[in-house]
Design a protein around this ligand. Structure first.
Ligand SMILES: CC(=O)N[C@H](C=O)[C@@H](O)[C@H](O)[C@H](O)COP(=O)(O)O
Length: 238
């Protein structure tokens, strides 16, 4: 059985990147994102939300947009950065150019679209990862939507495999909670550490994601999106 705490990929890594990976192991990544037009969409607000998450024990934060990434520097935890751009299917850090900008803004881990879909700049995922490696020391997290994506992303050289896009690409049903089946399938097939992400709404679901084989767990909405959380309560009262 693979020792997922120290997979081969981490053993081959330089010490700084391996240390960042080790800090995430068994930990909670809190995704702090506000969406276009929302009241909390302000880098200062997101930095305050991220700071509160760190006080609560977050092992890392995940933030969207170059200004937000820069605003969380100095929190003392690794930053997973992404840049959502465009209306096409591939919108999470869709191109090499976006990825390099995310690294330059201060991300320790660049979250990129990790699917097998065509990317807007025409590069393959492997080309994109190679281009990032040439110019940046950041770790690379592939946001995947299926087992086939995860297998391909690992082959392309991703350091972390996220289940972020499960239920959003048409390859998997959108489960009510986390896609635990996918986490287990990826854990059985891949050696790279898995970040369980997407629709994890309770501490019990977070623990179940780890038990299914995830290396770490990323929670967004249920911690940092008050409009949605409020709507859950309002719906329960109806
Ligand atoms: C699909 C997509 O665009 N996911 C985004 C990725 O960064 C975010 O909108 C999610 O909030 C994040 O993945 C965390 O997931 P959840 O909010 O379900 O805990």
């Amino acid at each position: 059985m693979t020792d997922r705490a120290t997979p081969d990929t981490a053993r081959r890594m330089d010490p700084a990147r391996a240390a960042t990976l080790a800090r995430l192991h068994g930990g909670l990544i809190v995704s702090c994102q506000a969406y276009p037009g929302e009241a909390m969409r302000d880098p200062r607000t997101m930095a305050q939300v991220a700071a509160a998450a760190v006080v609560g024990g977050a092992a890392a934060v995940r933030v969207q947009g170059l200004a937000d990434i820069a605003s969380v520097a100095g929190l003392g935890v690794p930053i997973v950065g992404l840049w959502k751009d465009g209306d096409a299917d591939v919108f999470i850090t869709p191109t090499l150019k976006h990825a390099l900008a995310v690294a330059a803004a201060g991300a320790d881990i660049i979250a990129i679209d990790g699917t097998r879909r065509r990317r807007p700049d025409g590069l393959t995922l492997a080309d994109t990862i190679a281009g990032i490696r040439e110019r940046s020391d950041a770790l690379i997290m592939a946001d995947c939507g299926s087992l086939a994506d995860a297998v391909a992303a690992e082959q392309a050289g991703a350091d972390l495999l996220g289940t972020t896009l499960a239920g959003y690409t048409g390859e998997r049903a959108k489960t009510t909670g986390p896609d635990l089946e996918l986490i287990a399938e990826v854990a059985a097939r891949c050696e790279a550490p898995i970040v369980a992400e997407g629709r994890i709404h309770t501490p019990e679901q977070a623990a179940a994601a780890l038990a299914a084989g995830a290396h770490s767990v990323c929670v967004g909405t249920a911690i940092t999106h008050p409009a949605t959380i409020t709507s859950w309560f309002v719906a329960a009262l109806a």
